[in-house]
Design a protein around this ligand. Sequence first.
Ligand code: ZN
Length: 504
Amino acid sequence: MTVQTLRSSALLSCASLLWFAAAAGGMPSAAQRDLLMRQEASRQMGGGVTLTAAERRLDADLRRLKEREMSAAQFPPALHFFKARPLIRESPVFKLLQKMPKGGALHVHTSSLVGAEWLVKNVTYRPHCHVCFTWDNSVRFVFSERRPFPRWDCFYWQLLGTLRARIGDASGFDDSLMQHLTLFTEDPDGEYPSQEVVWEKFEKVFIAAAGLITHAPVLRDYFYRGLEELLQDNVMYLELRSGLSKTYELDGTVHDTAWTLRTFQEVTRRFVADHPDFLGARVIFSVHRALSVSEVKAAVKEAIQLQADFPDVVAGFDMVGREDSGRSLWYFRDALALPAELGVALPYFFHAGETDADGTDVDQNVLDALLFNTTRIGHGYALAHHPLAKELSRKRNVAVELCPISNQVLRLVSDLRNHPAAVLMSEGHPMVVSSDDPSLFGTTGLSYDFYEAFVGIGGLKANLGTLKELALNSIRFSSLPPHLKDKGLVMWQKKWDAFIFDHS
Ligand SMILES: [Zn+2]
């Protein structure tokens, strides 16, 4: 019996049970109550997963550990992640999640793939790195053989190595550089009192990191390092949202989008050859929603071409940037309808519903994303408030990419127990967990987000079956062709069996 049939039959018998209880009018029996509870639990994420004896033992351990964390004085999911991180690092549940094979990361952006520490301690120590501080206390980097010309609000460029030596306190100086490349702070509420303020810093960080990452030799190492950080956290696959920015060499030569894509492909192949337990990586070509309709049309055409040239690498297309201050998907309808008009299939992976502005044009993005046949929904924070969109996405198996830490840091929700995805999880809506912008939030891999989803959003109801389904979903709902999904599922099962064996 499939999970779906189980759920429908549960629904039927549940309705008749309630009718009998009401008709009898007397004291409901403990057996009736127990049945109702089991039937409701069967609908939740992972409710249809049957656990082996060894898995049930681990599940019982996990439950005990979770109960202990819930009754502690400070419950990490109720705190801002920047304050919760030290507590989470000590959590036995988190340590288990780190070891658990989590499948794929389906919602991560290029500019924030690799930790800020690597950028500062490795990249800014390379020769020819120049730095400049702008009037609004932001920073720019560029690699150049000679002193760079004024650009990007910068008139005074200095060789970073010389400046670091002159200042003397290298570690203090590096810490200050790090502050420009991450949102992480000890005082998140003081520094980011509103969504506007945190988004402003968010965009600044991307601009600051761009000069480092778009240097061609750095990008090559950056991709490799990004895959390494994922594998270290037991993640075996990546779908990366990327604008495929042009890259530059030391002598000023500029490479185009296709070069960036080819480099991504080469690095991924090399990484898989070095680490055969890693499945691979693909790109979702993404452009900013601040662009004009004609610019987005050009980008859609470019995506179609790139997909034809790199069918193994390009998964599809998305639009990025803050939804609340950007234009709605409907605004770009002429551009987004292009593939259908041209008779080409270009899968969409839209960010949609990353908002708490109920009823606005932007809030309709979830419905518009489905109108344009999106393959998955990035965030879908607003989805629980859209009954029809929720029904459609469920019927069409359109998974929501849940990024809990991102939603909290960008101030959609403060206590993660109140995240609307709790509703989606309790209904077993198609879903995957991802990290969005790990370097900005001070995370690596997926374990931190799995922790928040499992302990905070899922509560005590979420169990090992939930975790198993979330991990399997990341392969099922990936953009991979069927034969690679099968390969991925076999690879994942092997890792899962080893994980369970280690804990039995
Ligand atoms: Zn995103």
